[in-house]
Design a protein around this ligand. Structure first.
Ligand code: ZN
Length: 56
């Protein structure tokens, strides 16, 4: 097991999927690698939480 460098689907930047994160994903039962970098994941999460307020 080693760190992996992945390409973010949203912004196209490379990000590192670390050994520790890979372990975490496996523990959670996710078989797939993440497709987004941490920044985009966070942005999407915030967008979902704020989406209703944005339209008000
Ligand atoms: Zn990204």
């Amino acid at each position: 097991m080693a760190d992996k460098t992945l390409i973010c689907k949203d912004c196209g930047n490379e990000f590192v999927f670390t050994e520790g994160e890979q372990d975490f994903f496996r523990e959670k039962g996710f078989d797939n690698d993440p497709v987004r970098c941490p920044a985009c994941r966070k942005a999407r999460k915030q967008q979902r939480n704020n989406s209703r307020r944005d339209y008000e």
